[in-house]
Design a protein around this ligand. Structure first.
Ligand SMILES: NC(=O)c1ccc[n+]([C@@H]2O[C@H](COP(=O)([O-])OP(=O)(O)OC[C@H]3O[C@@H](n4cnc5c(N)ncnc54)[C@H](O)[C@@H]3O)[C@@H](O)[C@H]2O)c1
Length: 350
């Protein structure tokens, strides 16, 4: 049995707890910790684990093999250092930090201890990943475009850019990470931001909308636009378009993948595949779009892969480890730097 602990019993901690309760054949939740005692107690009641408000006391008493670190962006550092010092494998939520030097230092210490790590980029475990990659293998891309428009999330810390990192770093990082994962590492970015649309949210001091131009190391270019100004679902939007000369794939993350310009018989057949007719407006191909629907909660294989790696000692199936997540962090922090300086920023891979 892998002994698992959780630090941070808020929204995302609850999501992981739901998965952990499905892995009781090979894991056991032995400790749950939150600075807010009632939150830890609530998790304890669901698991039979002991509740703590101090993670060091929890480590002393339950000696976990692995821990899920589910704290807000501004709370990273001490928890990781102590976890590494004690040789505990860890899963950490994105963004892994708000400071690139801190993340790099943690990365070096993880490597020195040879620890198994994973980061909460569960979109990399979606069933849409393979058909997206197959499209990119078959149709060399000329351009990648991404949009993510939504509202201001409910948690208090989110609206303070010093605590959350802002929308690109805290939220749209999933989209940035997937663009990296599918298309390649960015070389440089230029980001414009704008404020002044969100006027009704108290203590709000972050960007309402931003547009980033990207040059990739492979020579390609792309753009990512994101905003949190929407007050109605009618304004919400979200997809990544992978565009080739005679075909395009639209990835609605964790929802569906629509491929235009490809004959259905040329694509991988699977039980989940269905063909929908183009409406003449969207479908540029004669055959309409080939649509793949998401079939799973990608967070389940994401968490399970980490825990199975801890069990076996083999981390090769993990799709996002700490070292890789430092690159995505560097990507999004470069955008913030560009917004602040008005300059093109080279993404730092040191
Ligand atoms: N992967 C995803 O799709 C996804 C989705 C939502 C949130 N997240 C990420 O998860 C992180 C947490 O987000 P959330 O929505 O759960 O926040 P939250 O505010 O709901 O919960 C965070 C909890 O951490 C606790 N905490 C902070 N410091 C602590 C410490 N030192 N010891 C113990 N507990 C501590 C807080 O008291 C709080 O209860 C954020 O970085 C967020 O970006 C990821």
């Amino acid at each position: 049995m892998i002994k698992v602990a959780i630090i941070g019993c808020g929204g995302i901690g609850r999501y992981h707890l739901g998965h952990l309760l499905q892995f009781t054949d090979f894991t056991k939740v032995v400790g749950v910790c939150d600075l807010i005692e009632s939150r830890a107690e609530d998790f304890a009641a669901k698991t039979g684990a002991k509740a703590y408000t101090d993670f060091k006391v929890m480590y002393d008493e339950v000696k976990p093999d692995a821990v899920f670190i589910c704290v807000p962006p501004y709370c990273h550092g001490e928890i990781e250092y102590e976890t590494i010092r004690r040789g505990i494998h860890f899963f950490v939520e994105k963004p892994i930090a708000l400071d690139l030097d801190l993340a790099k230092d943690i990365r070096e210490k993880v490597a020195a201890k040879n620890l198994i790590t994973a980061v909460g980029f569960q979109c990399r475990y979606s069933t849409l990943v393979e058909p997206t990659n197959e499209f990119i293998r078959n149709y060399p891309l000329c351009y990648v475009d991404c949009v993510r428009i939504g509202g201001v999330p409910g948690v208090d810390w989110w609206r303070n850019k010093n605590l959350s990192g802002g929308q690109i770093v805290e939220q749209t990082i999933h989209n940035y990470d997937l663009v990296r994962y599918h298309f390649g590492d960015p070389e440089s970015v230029f980001t414009y931001g704008a404020r002044g649309y969100v006027t009704e949210v108290p203590n709000y001091n972050t960007d309402d909308v931003s547009v980033t131009s990207i040059r990739f190391k492979n020579g390609g270019i792309g753009s990512i636009s994101t905003g949190c100004y929407a007050t109605s679902g009618e304004s919400f939007d979200g997809k990544i378009t992978f565009s080739a000369r005679d075909a395009r794939a639209e990835l609605y993350i964790l929802g569906k993948l629509s491929i235009f310009g490809v004959k259905p018989e040329e694509t991988t057949k699977s039980e989940e595949t269905e063909v929908i007719k183009g409406d003449g407006n969207l479908a540029r191909s004669e055959g309409g779009a080939v649509v793949y629907n998401e079939t799973i909660d990608a967070g389940i294989p994401c968490d399970r892969t980490f825990l199975k790696a801890v069990e076996s000692g083999d981390p090769s199936a993990i799709r996002s480890n700490y070292e890789d997540a430092v690159k995505t962090l560097s990507f999004v922090l470069a955008c913030n730097k560009s917004m602040a300086t008005g300059r093109q920023i080279m993404v730092d891979y040191n």
